[in-house]
Design a protein around this ligand. Structure first.
Ligand SMILES: C[S@@+](CC[C@H](N)C(=O)[O-])C[C@H]1O[C@@H](n2cnc3c(N)ncnc32)[C@H](O)[C@@H]1O
Length: 392
């Protein structure tokens, strides 16, 4: 059984929840941001000619690189032998080589790299070490230096006396994320645009089956629809604002050319989400709903109360209208207002409205139903929850 080691992004718990839909977890370390998984759900919905590991990683918003496990070794000598044997099999004249290590003591990596170097010298083999100083490689430097094309990276995870060794097979494609974010023709930072990686996480949490539509009734600039199309799902996006809708179509068209998906796979229309015509629509919802006012400074308690009321009213109407619809799962991003005395969350009340309409909240991890996704100095942060339609 092949196992894979996943290096997770900043929000390790959320990345873990995302991965739980596409593989079985064997080990997880929330501090090191590492997860060991097996039984991966391989999918290539658009028949893209790429290695399966890269396709797997490209679908994930919360994982930055993944490696195939070579083995688990007791003691440093065996580990050194395993790395050198594999590295020396390279067909390149002067292969690039890097080793990153987690859970190890101070100085471990620089010593280890010196030992690898000595073995290469003894075998009179040329090699170019990418991280001689003993610092872990970042995904950015692996990408910039094309390390996976012209060489190898090994990843070590020490747990007590044993060393898990993996060879990196896929790394985040930074250029693609720039295209999906800063390079898009329509952007309106005031509307609180969803980062593409978070849109990917929402889609994976909504867990569409092949051919199922991903629906975003608050689509704004269309990030969820574009990400659904890149992953190979049909999508439906609607929004109250016709200008945003035009922008969403423009972005979708731009990304369809860059990522070669069919523009027909996305349908867009202007509509109040509380009046969405659900009849005949099937699929899952992945959405970042209205986040309330865009505050330039810390909102006052009165402003928060006003926004909370408006948000609750919107979602009550939304879930009222959703009754009887054929929507299997919903991944929602809700606003949360930050204050020094504590944050104000509306998730519980909104989840209660969803429950009245036949949806049950799913535990994201360790029995927790919501997850806070925040960046520094944000006054309105996001809270994520996933709901599933109760069987009748
Ligand atoms: C936070 S933005 C969503 C941004 C979007 N995820 C993106 O990537 O650009 C919320 C969106 O909800 C829309 N909106 C607010 N109230 C709405 C309603 N009642 N029905 C439909 N859309 C609404 C706004 O026009 C805005 O585009």
């Amino acid at each position: 059984m092949t196992q894979y080691l996943f290096v997770l992004g900043r929000n390790a718990e959320l990345s873990r929840a995302e991965l739980s839909n596409v593989c079985e977890e064997v080990l997880f370390d929330p501090k090191l941001h590492l997860l060991l998984g097996e039984h991966l759900k391989w999918e290539n919905l658009r028949d893209i000619p790429k290695p399966k590991e890269q396709l797997f990683l490209d679908r994930l918003g919360g994982t930055i690189r993944m490696g195939e496990v070579v083995g688990e070794f007791l003691g440093k000598e065996k580990l050194l032998e395993a790395v050198c044997t594999r590295a020396m099999q390279s067909q390149e004249d002067k292969p690039k080589l890097a080793v990153s290590a987690w859970g190890v003591g101070k100085g471990f990596l620089s010593d280890f790299l010196k030992q690898v170097q000595a073995q290469f010298a003894a075998a009179k083999r040329d090699v170019r070490f990418e991280n001689v100083g003993g610092k872990n490689m970042t995904s950015g430097s692996i990408f910039e230096r094309k390390l996976l094309k012209r060489g190898q990276e090994f990843v070590i995870w020490q747990r007590e006396n044993s060393f898990l060794l993996a060879e990196t097979k896929a790394n985040q494609n930074l250029r693609n994320y720039v295209l999906r974010d800063r390079a898009k023709p329509f952007r309106d930072p005031k509307m609180g645009m969803l980062p593409p990686k978070l849109a990917q996480i929402l889609i994976n949490l909504a867990d569409p089956k092949p051919g199922e539509s991903v629906i975003d009734p608050f689509c704004g600039s269309g990030t969820v629809c574009s990400e659904a199309a890149i992953a190979g799902f049909p999508s439906i996006g609607s929004d109250l604002n016709p200008d945003f809708l035009r922008g969403a179509k423009q972005n979708f068209q731009f990304l369809a050319e860059k990522f070669r998906f069919e523009t027909e796979s996305g349908k867009f229309f202007v509509r109040d989400a509380t009046e969405f015509p659900w009849k005949g629509v099937e699929g899952v919802i992945a959405t970042e709903g209205w986040l309330g006012e865009n505050f330039e400074g810390m909102p006052t308690p009165a402003q928060i109360t006003g926004n909370e009321k408006a948000t609750l009213l919107l979602w009550s109407k939304f879930f009222e209208n959703l009754r009887g619809a054929n929507i299997r799962r919903i991944a929602l991003c809700l606003p949360r207002w930050e204050r020094p005395e504590g944050a104000k969350s509306v998730a519980k009340k909104i989840v209660a409205k969803a429950e009245n309409s036949g949806y049950t909240p799913l535990a994201l991890f360790q029995g927790q139903h919501t997850f806070v996704y925040a960046r520094d100095e944000q006054f309105v942060t996001r809270e994520i929850c996933v709901l599933e339609k109760r069987a009748l």
